[in-house]
Design a protein around this ligand. Sequence first.
Ligand code: JFZ
Length: 327
Amino acid sequence: TDQMMETWRNYGLGQFIHWGVYALTGGHWDGEYYSGAAEWIRSWDKMPKDAYDQLYKSFDPKNYEPKAWAKQAKEMGAKYMIITTKHHDGFSLWPSKYTDYDVTNSPYGNDIIGPLVEAYDAEGIDVYLYFSVMDWSQPGYRVSLETEEDRTAYEDFKAFTRNQLIELLELYPSAKGLWFDGTWDEAWKEQAVFADELEKEMRAMIPGLIIGSRFRPDDYGNRHFDSNGDLMGDYEQGWERKLPNTYEDTKGNDWDAVMTVPENQWGYHSDWRGHVKSSYELIEMLVKSVSLDGNFVLNFGPDGQGNIRSEEAKLAKEIGDWMKVNQ
Ligand code: JFZ
């Protein structure tokens, strides 16, 4: 049927990249260790919010080399890549007209996303844009819409969200799809009509644009079905740090599983504790995913200077060696 979904179904292995100003903390603040996921450190009571909100003034990744990242991904055997254009903190890694909290106001000053898209395109790796609807930097962002004031503010926030999404697709028209996150709040659940219209608008800009199931305002997490029992969104985004056990578990849906190397870190954390997966375990997960008609997406969390950590580079190499013989 759909040409782009046919391509999507044949990816097998993907790469996820979580990068943002949180990488500068490495999961620590004031000498203390944060045990949560590093990209969530702003929500930690030990980290003052205003200190977090100043981090972008130090964002100047001297070692950012998108071509090297793309080459490494190619050698690993990744067929698609998902980049966090904006995580929950709201820091936009592209030059956004709609917020000052973006990369142009950091010392780095340049677009992060554009050169990355270009480098991956050049390697023949399809690019997908991760976008968090939840945005802690936006005054209009609300968890629920209890008062008139909330609802008015949230309308501004929706306009902002729409503007940013259209902007991304205008700037990076080679993007193949969107991987959505941060759509679990009550306020978003009431936005089915808005989401529907925005989805149509985005698909009109990029025909066949692939949109993950998390965009749809419904029960957050696993599967989104309409009243006919059909999956909403092009594929199921709910397999997060877990895999389906049987084909029945997948309900025959298109799906991808996203996986961290350590237990629960997406953004850069300098001190991984607990079990760290081996290439053997990751390859086993990849094989299982593919055999259950899904894709397997391995996460990388570059540090604040743009370095991919050695543990991840080693895994990429080992997976790549296996892929060269077995894919
Ligand atoms: C979300 C983010 O909060 C996290 O930082 C990371 O970006 C990850 C890929 O996505 O975390 C989630 C979202 C959904 C579930 C679990 C963690 N879920 O549905 O179980």
